[in-house]
Design a binder for this molecule. Sequence first.
Ligand code: SF4
Ligand code: SF4
Length: 107
Amino acid sequence: MRPLPGATLHLLDTRQPPESPVHCDNCSALCCRLTVVLMPEDHAVPAEFVAVDPAGLRVMARGENGYCMALKGNMCGIYEQRPQACRRFLMAGPYCRAIREDSARGG
Ligand code: SF4
Ligand code: SF4
C-alpha cells in the first residue's frame, strides 16, 4: 500500500513483545529455595551447610527466608562444591520454568 502524499500512515503493530529469556541473570535464585537432597558423593559440601530433615535425609540447610544457606547474594557460595542435584538442575529446563511461572503467579 502506498500512502497518499503528505498522509501519515498508521500501522497497528499486532506483534507480541518478545518473551524475556529464561536465564539466571533475571531470576532471584528460585531453585535455591527447593529442598536439595544430598547424595553420598556430595562429600565436598561443607558441613555447616548440611542439615538432616525429619525423614532423616541429608539436605542443604535453608534459612528462615527459605533459601539455601550456601547462597551468597544471588550466587552459589559453594559453586565448586555444590551438590549433584544443583549440578543437574537445568537453567530453562522444565522444572526451572515451572518454578519461575509459579513464582510469577505469587507462589
Ligand atoms: S536455574 Fe532457573 S530457577 Fe534457578 S536461578 Fe537459574 S533461572 Fe532461576
Ligand atoms: S548449593 Fe548452591 S546451587 Fe545448590 S541450592 Fe545451595 S546455593 Fe543453590
